[in-house]
Design a protein around this ligand. Structure first.
Ligand code: FES
Ligand code: FES
Length: 168
């Protein structure tokens, strides 16, 4: 089984040392996924594997043989933006935009984690239903750095985008 990227199968690299990030960017020329630190510290390279957010710079492409990967290029529905993408525009959730693909994928994975009831470091009751308060969102998105400091817009965008998604 080949790896699947945004619904399309792709042949894995012969070299097992190629990271998923380099595979996406250098081999498949899908440059939406960004390389920031290349060592797991910034979140710019976040992609989704069957709905779960991962750091593609810390993953080897061959690890994902047979798995379904979604990158920022796969979020939109045809010409229509994903509700979260539109929310980032509406709330000025970016300046340079370099961190934005990772923020988008991370937020979608984060919402799925919250829906599954996964607690965070700031969750007071580990058994209670997760309510995505501002503090919860800040904590859960803390792995995605923004050098432009667009954090207020990012949090508002995620709130609007998640609500829009839930209502859809
Ligand atoms: S490039 Fe992967 S975490 Fe920074
Ligand atoms: S918008 Fe520039 S790094 Fe986040």
């Amino acid at each position: 089984m080949p790896i699947t990227i945004n619904g399309s199968p792709a042949a894995l690299p012969d070299d097992p040392r190629v990271s998923l990030l380099d595979f996406l960017r250098d081999r498949l020329h899908m440059t939406g996924t960004k390389k920031g630190c290349d060592q797991g510290a910034c979140g710019a390279c976040t992609v989704l594997v069957e709905g779960e957010r991962i750091l593609s710079c810390l993953a080897l492409a061959v690890q994902y043989d047979g798995r379904q990967v979604v990158t920022v290029e796969g979020l939109a529905d045809g010409n229509g933006l994903h509700p979260l993408q539109q929310a980032f525009i509406d709330h000025d959730g970016f300046q340079c935009g370099y961190c934005t693909p990772g923020q988008l994928c991370s937020a979608i994975g984060m919402a799925a984690e919250a829906n599954r009831g996964v607690p965070s470091h700031v969750s007071a009751d580990l058994t209670a239903e997760v309510v995505l308060t501002r503090a919860e969102l800040q904590e859960r998105m803390s792995g995605n750095l923004c050098r432009c400091g667009a954090y207020n817009g990012i949090i508002e965008a995620i709130r609007q985008g998640l609500l829009a998604e839930t209502a859809a």
